[in-house]
Design a protein. Sequence first.
Length: 215
Amino acid sequence: MMSRIVVLISGSGSNLQALIDAASTLSLPSASIAHVISNRKAAYGLTRAANATPPIPTSYHGFPPYKTSHPSDPRGAYDADLAKLILSLPEDQYPDLIVCAGWMHILSPKFLDPIDEAGIPIINLHPALPGAFDGAGAIERSWEAFNKGEITETGVMIHYVIKEVDRGDPIVVKKVEMKAGESVEELTERIHAIEHVAIVEGAKLALEKKKGNPS
Ligand SMILES: Nc1nc2c(c(=O)[nH]1)N[C@@H](CN(C=O)c1ccc(C(=O)N[C@@H](CCC(=O)O)C(=O)O)cc1)CN2
Ligand SMILES: NCC(=O)N[C@@H]1O[C@H](COP(=O)([O-])[O-])[C@@H](O)[C@H]1O
């Protein structure tokens, strides 16, 4: 039976592309990318989805209008509508798994609770080791910490998404050595390559766990 994945993005979508390329291969068997949602209209990941074969349905769900339409709780209203968007997808797009792949928006319980009640796990790619550099800009912060002598290694993890940002149970953890004299751009490039492997492994494991047959 085909498992359906909904992917949340905010940018280039190179991790989405890794999932698209892996779907229904031995790396990510019996899985399809059923829908892609971006919070940024210009996200190139939307183009990647449109260029997929067959094209992957996409939605743009932008945050700015909520600042005026729901001034008292824009995040809550935005998140509630995001959950409704996903939970109202047609059967052939309704997710077995939600993957945050460079999704740069903190999800509140207004999203997490209805998705949890629907029994849909959410996983996230984070370019750091568990408990380190939570939040945005993790690669840059780890590079700075290394050059201050504060750390000797960093990593990439795929973790379950809970209310506390980047504190959900890890599914995949890959350590990344840090190199003296390396630029932040060079480190970022190395980390991105590792992310593209980790996110596929994480999606596969999360789907297996949901089916009750962890490998
Ligand atoms: N409730 C959770 N939401 C999210 C998680 C999570 O673990 N729990 N993971 C993040 C992904 N992420 C790091 O991996 C992350 C992304 C963005 C931010 C952040 O500070 N976002 C700002 C807006 C920044 C911007 O628009 O450029 C915000 O939402 O106010 C922190 C962590 C995804 N969500
Ligand atoms: N906190 C999450 C986070 O910082 N994610 C970062 O966003 C990038 C998205 O790239 P992509 O759009 O090419 O997949 C990822 O490479 C990852 O480092």
